[in-house]
Design a protein around this ligand. Structure first.
Ligand SMILES: [Zn+2]
Length: 93
């Protein structure tokens, strides 16, 4: 399954979700290995949350690198907690 810009993967197996034929509701996507699935809408929502987390972590990392080179900026040590997702975006992390 492909969202607007990334593939939707099973959070456990990191394999692409596939459309399940003859399923009710019809727009059902699931992992071919563990059968974990949900409607297209719910998968997209979860992949969206995962995408936000990845983006936030990258931003924080970039801000840290900047802060390290400046004695005028200090940042908190708090890192963004890793969420648990049934479905994730296809990011190399
Ligand atoms: Zn799976």
């Amino acid at each position: 399954m492909t969202t607007d810009f990334v593939k939707a993967l099973c959070g456990s197996h990191k394999v692409e979700l596939v459309s399940v034929a003859n399923h009710d509701p019809e727009d059902w996507f699931a992992c071919p290995i563990c059968n974990m699935g949900d409607t297209r809408e719910n998968v997209l929502r979860e992949v969206g949350r995962h995408t936000q987390e990845i983006a936030a972590r990258h931003l924080q990392e970039a801000a840290r690198n900047t802060a390290r080179q400046s004695k005028f900026i200090t940042l908190s040590r708090k890192t963004i907690p890793k969420g648990i997702y049934r479905f994730v975006g296809d990011f190399k992390v």
